[in-house]
Design a protein around this ligand. Structure first.
Ligand SMILES: [Zn+2]
Length: 409
C-alpha cells in the first residue's frame, strides 16, 4: 500500500504539472491571440494610414492641378488657346466618346448616385459617432478626407474640361464675326425678315395634337449633323460631337428655368424634355457648341441658331426662326414697342399658340429655385469673364444683326 500522503503529494505534483502545462498552453494561446490581435490592429492601422495617405495625395495633386489650370489659363498668355486647340479635343475624342456610348445622361445618373452615396455615408458616420463605436472618429476623418479628395478631383475635371475654355479666344473673334452694334432701324429690319421666315416655316412643320412642333427621336442625330455641317463652314467648330441626351427627370431643370446644360464631368450635352418642343433643337446645338469649347453664352446661342438655320431638317430651321424671332423681338420691344406689336400681329395663330404654351410653362416654375439659379448663374458667368452675367445670352442679337448685315452686303 502506498503512503497516501506521498501518493497525495505525487498526485498533487502530477496535477500541478498538468495544471501548469494547461496554464502554459492557455498563456501561450492567450499570447498567440494577443499577438494576432496586435498584428491585426497594426495591419488595420497601417491600412488606414495608407488609405489616408492615398486620399491626401490625391486631394493635393488634383487641387494643385486644378489651380494650375485655372491660374495658367488666366495669367499665362496663349495658354488657354493652346490648351483648347490641342489638349481639349483629345478629351472630347476620348472621354466624350466613351460617355457618349452610354445611351442615357450619365451625369444625371452619377449625380443621383453621388448624392445617395454621401447621404448614406453621413448617416453611417453620424450613427457610429453617437453609438460611440471604437475608431468612429478615425473612420469619419478618413471618410471626410475621401470627400475632400473627390471634390478636388471634380474641381480638376471641371477646369480641364470647361474652366480653361472660358479664357480662350471667343468664337466671333476666331471666325471674324463683327460686333458693330445696331440701331432700332436695322434691328426692325432683321425682325421683319425673321417674321417672314417664321411665317413660311410655320406652314411646313409637322405638329402634334397640342399644336406644338412634333418631336422626333432623330433630332439627336440631326443636331450632330447640323453642328458637323457648320464645322465645315467654320473649322473652329469641327469636332467629334456625341449625341445630345435628354435629362430623365427634366423637372430638376424646369424648376431652375434651365433649358439645357453642358456637363464638363462627362463631356455631355443635356437638354430639358419638358419645355415647349421648338426649344429643343436650338438647345441641343447650343449645348454642343459648349462641348466644342465655346463657353460664351451669346456665342453658344448664335452657333445654335446658325446650326439649326442651316440644317436640312425643317424642324431645326423652325426652331432657329422661333428663337431668333423671340430674342430679336424682345430687344426690339425695348426700342420700339409699336414696331414689335405690328410684327407680332403678323405671326400665324399656330406660332402664337406655341409662344403662349412656352410662356405658360415657364411661368409655372417662376419661384425661389429659378431666382436662386439665376443669381448663381449670373455670378458664375461674371466670375468667368462674361461681365454682363445672364444678360450675355441676349447679346446673340448683336451677332444675328451682324450676320444679316454681312449677308445683305
Ligand atoms: Zn450655355
Amino acid at each position: 500500500m502506498q503512503n497516501p500522503a506521498i501518493h497525495g503529494i505525487m498526485e498533487c505534483r502530477v496535477y500541478d504539472e498538468k495544471c501548469s502545462r494547461k496554464a502554459m498552453t492557455i498563456m501561450a494561446n492567450k499570447g498567440s491571440r494577443k499577438r494576432k490581435t496586435n498584428k491585426r490592429r497594426l495591419e488595420e492601422r497601417q491600412g488606414s494610414e495608407r488609405r489616408a495617405l492615398f486620399w491626401l495625395v490625391l486631394a493635393v495633386c488634383a487641387l494643385a492641378g486644378g489651380l494650375f489650370l485655372m491660374q495658367a489659363s488666366r495669367y499665362l498668355r496663349g495658354f488657354a488657346d493652346l490648351y483648347k486647340g490641342n489638349i481639349y479635343p483629345l478629351i472630347v475624342r476620348t472621354l466624350g466618346r466613351a460617355w457618349g456610348k452610354v445611351p442615357f445622361s450619365a451625369v444625371e445618373v452619377l449625380l443621383y448616385l453621388f448624392i445617395c452615396f454621401w447621404i448614406v455615408f453621413l448617416l453611417v458616420s453620424v450613427t457610429s459617432l453617437f453609438q460611440r463605436k471604437k475608431g468612429a472618429f478615425k473612420r469619419l476623418g478618413l471618410r471626410l478626407l475621401a470627400l475632400a479628395a473627390t471634390c478636388s478631383v471634380l474641381f480638376f475635371v471641371y477646369e480641364a474640361n470647361c474652366g480653361v475654355n472660358y479664357q480662350a479666344t471667343s468664337f466671333s473673334e476666331q471666325a471674324g464675326l463683327t460686333r458693330s452694334g445696331y440701331d432700332a432701324e436695322s434691328l426692325q429690319k432683321v425682325c421683319a425678315d425673321l417674321t417672314q421666315e417664321l411665317i413660311a416655316l410655320s406652314g411646313q412643320v409637322e405638329r402634334d395634337k397640342n399644336g406644338e412642333l412634333a418631336e422626333a427621336e432623330e433630332w439627336k442625330q440631326e443636331a450632330v449633323q447640323a453642328m458637323t455641317a457648320l464645322g465645315e463652314q467654320y473649322p473652329q467648330l469641327a469636332a467629334d460631337y456625341p449625341q445630345p441626351k435628354p435629362v430623365f427627370i427634366s423637372r430638376i431643370l424646369s424648376v431652375q428655368s434651365v433649358t439645357g446644360v453642358y456637363s464638363p464631368f462627362t463631356v455631355e450635352a443635356n437638354y430639358n424634355t419638358e419645355m415647349a418642343s421648338y426649344n429643343i433643337p436650338f438647345t441641343m446645338c447650343h449645348e454642343l457648341s459648349h462641348l466644342c469649347g465655346y463657353m460664351r453664352e451669346d456665342e453658344a446661342n448664335f452657333i445654335g441658331w446658325l446650326a439649326c438655320r442651316q440644317s436640312d431638317n425643317i424642324a431645326f430651321q423652325y426652331s432657329s426662326a422661333m428663337l431668333g424671332w423671340i430674342n430679336c423681338g424682345n430687344e426690339l420691344a425695348q426700342y420700339d414697342m409699336q414696331a414689335y406689336s405690328e410684327l407680332a400681329a403678323m405671326l400665324p395663330e399656330e406660332v402664337r399658340k406655341e409662344l403662349n404654351i412656352n410662356n405658360a410653362f415657364w411661368e409655372k416654375y417662376e419661384g425661389k429655385a429659378s431666382q436662386v439659379h439665376e443669381q448663381v448663374n449670373d455670378a458664375y458667368l461674371k466670375a468667368n469673364g462674361q461681365t454682363e452675367g445672364i444678360r450675355t445670352y441676349e447679346r446673340m442679337v448683336e451677332l444675328i444683326v451682324s450676320y444679316y448685315q454681312a449677308k445683305a452686303n
